[in-house]
Ligand binder design. Structure first.
Ligand code: ADP
Ligand code: MG
Length: 699
């Protein structure tokens, strides 16, 4: 049988050859499909090019076409720079400056070449300049590669040139491929889907995205290709969910004696309706005989941890084991402490497994996990390691799940026979993202907060108003409450952060009683950290100066004020998390953001969101808008297929269309067995499923 055309290697395409094939593979381009899906990032519209003589606004993004005149390395005071002088068709001169990558730029910008440069212009030494512009050699001679006035420009074009591939060379290769094989490209979406959703034909879309005839055509092609991307992602999620449901899961025997005792007698409060509903669902899942794969989400402080603890007791009641995974050692230890406090009186044995333990302790814990003596393990990623063998693991609770990689989750799941998995997200997940990333999970959302909680008062203060902040904190301390003073993370490159935190520590020792002020930061040994945290929890320490080690999960209900220093350096969800450290009781709580935000409009926007609302759902939507889905919620490490053209949240309406299409498909043909679905089936198996093994394993 002939090889599937999309899966053919680009190596043997005309104009590629071994060295270019290697270069392409650095960009993830191995097959025809990879090449076709290496979408243009922008288009150069030749009717829309500026002239140097008409430039008048600093910072404006423009495209200038010009001929390279001179290329020169200039010795600056601190470092060298590469200066390239070009002239446009009206004899305007523009200076281009680079501070790195001289070697390949000199190779690419040969005097006499005609090139389009795109970048921000600025006025410098009386002439117009661009620093690190994107550029693209224009096609002259050879085949007519741009079908009209519009030319595709590819992402990473500067890096592409570095490996000897200009956008021009790249276009040529794509052109060859579409010329020679375009008619053989399979139709990956069934006709009924294309019709119903009014989509451009797949082959036309691929041609048009690379060689558009008009802007309208680009729009249609983009819509079609985004739809296709979302479609297969949704299909993958449906498929994964189905596969998981086909396996047998551990069935608890449903005794739940200590579980009821915990809820009715041990807990000092009544569960909220949201907590009760969540627990009921989880209980049903674990009695169903199918493996649970559920995400429990809800705003900070809504009481997810209690729900997880109750679920673990239910597991212990059935004589199975459970594990509670936390993202940091501090949190794992804290979880261990509170689990022990709740569970030991019920006769449930809790163990702790973290990286920094002494060998003897560790071996003992490992032995007791293997023998089944330990019922519930609190731990960090140390639990993922191979030596850890459970006697009969039935439930894995993964707290702050986005902090764990997909590999780690997979190896945890491999430890039992399809244990139930309960993930908890500290920050609510925006709907658009949950559809793309977590569509295969069952979702439970707790929407209420424990009764009597007061809205936290948030204030944004500049340095000049530091004394106001101090007054608020001191008043809370006088009332016997506790305070967090938080500094940005201490890491290797930021020595000054540690200094700041230490200076803050000394300052608070002067402002308040010396021995009631503690310091905790990421550079301390875990035992030292633990000791300080314990003194804070017990109330001996009243003011805790900390770097972001306290970010998630720390629970001290007498803490009523949190001061965030350099708040402009924190992300939105981090700020929300941090604020969630207070307001955990019925006392009025305060969050004070100390910030200088003149520097950046974006950070000002962020701080204003935090000041305006305490609703985690609203905040995470805003976060998604400000940052994009890329590094949010660890999308990159999630193991899901990367989105190459579609964007979240911008393309949510297209996502919803694609989701509808997959639901329609699912009603008719879950096995993709109908003849009209054959092409789609092949494509799905070859490109989506085969590459998703890592992901599929987590189920
Ligand atoms: P989350 O993990 O969702 O941020 P936690 O589980 O840490 O929240 O709970 C926050 C605080 O609220 C804890 O101190 C917890 O003991 C308390 N809490 C949880 N549920 C209730 C409830 N139903 N009523 C009163 N307090 C509660
Ligand atoms: Mg929590």
């Amino acid at each position: 049988m002939a090889k599937y055309v999309f899966a053919e290697s680009v190596r043997y395409l005309k104009g590629v050859g071994p060295s270019r094939a290697d270069a392409l593979s650095q960009f993830g381009v191995e097959t025809y499909r990879d090449l076709l899906h290496y979408y243009p990032r922008r288009y150069l519209d030749h009717s829309n090019v500026s002239q140097v003589i008409h430039l008048d606004t600093q910072g404006e993004m423009v495209t200038i076409i010009g001929v390279v005149h001179g290329v020169e390395v200039v010795k600056g005071r601190n470092r060298q720079r590469l200066e390239v002088l070009i002239r446009d068709d009206w004899n305007g001169r523009l200076k281009l400056i680079w501070f790195k990558g001289f070697k390949w730029i000199q190779k690419a910008l040969v005097p006499g070449y005609r090139i389009a440069f795109t970048g921000e212009v600025s006025r410098f030494d009386k002439s117009w300049t661009m620093v690190h512009p994107d550029f693209d050699r224009l096609d002259e001679g050879g085949p007519q590669l741009s079908t009209g006035r519009i030319t595709a420009l590819y992402p990473g074009s500067t890096r592409l040139q570095g490996v000897g591939l200009s956008s021009r060379a790249f276009r040529k290769i794509v052109y060859q491929l579409i010329q020679s094989h375009g008619l053989k490209f399979p139709q990956v979406l069934p006709e009924w889907v294309e019709k119903k959703h009014n989509l451009l034909d797949g082959r036309v879309a691929l041609r048009a995205i690379h060689f558009p005839k008009s802007h309208e055509e680009i729009e249609k092609a983009r819509y079609r290709l985004k739809f296709e991307e979302f479609f297969f992602l949704q299909l993958l999620l449906h498929h994964t969910k189905k596969k998981r449901a086909e396996r047998t899961g551990i069935r608890l025997n449903g005794q739940g004696v200590r579980y009821r005792q915990f809820i009715n007698e041990v807990l000092p409060f009544e569960l909220t309706q949201g907590q009760k509903d969540a627990l009921k669902t989880i209980e049903e899942d674990m009695l169903s005989g199918y493996p649970m794969y559920r995400m429990l989400q809800g705003d900070v402080g809504c009481g997810k941890t209690v729900v997880a603890v109750a679920a673990l007791i239910l597991v212990a009641d059935s004589r199975f084991q459970g594990v509670f995974m936390a993202p940091t050692e501090v949190l794992a230890e804290q979880q261990y402490a509170s689990l022990s406090q709740y569970l030991e009186p019920l006769g449930i044995k809790v163990g702790l497994l973290i990286g920094g333990q002494r060998k003897r302790v560790r071996e003992q814990v490992l032995a007791e996990i293997a023998s089944g003596e330990i019922d519930i393990v609190a731990g960090t990623h140390a639990v993922f390691q191979e030596q850890v063998k459970f006697k009969k693991l039935a439930l894995a609770v993964v707290d702050e799940q986005h902090r764990f990689g997909v590999e780690q989750r997979a190896s945890l799941v491999a430890k039992g026979e399809n244990p139930h998995v309960l993930m908890m997200s500290a920050t609510p997940i925006p709907r658009s993202l949950s559809l793309t990333m977590y569509g295969d999970l069952s979702m439970t959302t707790i929407r209420d907060l424990p009764k009597g909680r007061k809205r936290i008062i948030t204030r944004l203060l500049r340095e000049s108003r530091r004394s106001e902040m101090e007054a608020i904190v001191l008043e809370q301390l006088r009332q016997g409450r506790q305070a967090y003073i938080v500094y940005p993370q201490v890491d290797e490159s930021e020595k000054s952060d540690l200094k700041n935190a230490e200076a803050g520590f000394l300052a608070w020792q002067r402002l308040h009683q010396k021995d009631k002020v503690g310091l905790v930061h990421g550079k301390m040994k875990s035992q030292e950290k633990e000791a300080v945290m314990a003194r804070f929890k017990s109330g001996q320490v009243q003011v805790l100066v900390a770097t972001t080690v306290i970010e998630v999960g720390v629970d001290a209900s007498e803490a009523t004020v949190i001061v965030i220093e350099h708040a402009e350096r924190f992300g939105l969800s981090q700020l929300h998390q941090l604020r969630g450290r207070v307001g955990r009781s019925n006392h009025q709580s305060y969050c004070i953001l100390m910030a200088e935000w003149r520097q950046s409009l974006e950070s000002k926007e962020r701080l204003e969101v935090i000041e305006r609302t305490t609703d985690g759902f609203e905040i995470s939507e805003a976060d998604l808008k400000l940052r994009g889905a890329g590094d949010l919620f660890g999308t990159r490490q999630s193991g899901m297929p990367e989105l190459r053209i579609a964007e979240i949240p911008g393309d949510t309406p297209i996502l919803e269309q694609a989701q509808q299409a997959v639901r329609d498909l699912w009603e008719r043909d879950q096995d993709l067995a109908l003849p009209q679905h054959q092409a789609m089936h092949t494509y799905f198996e070859t490109f989506i499923l085969a590459r998703m093994e890592g992901y599929a394993r987590t189920g």
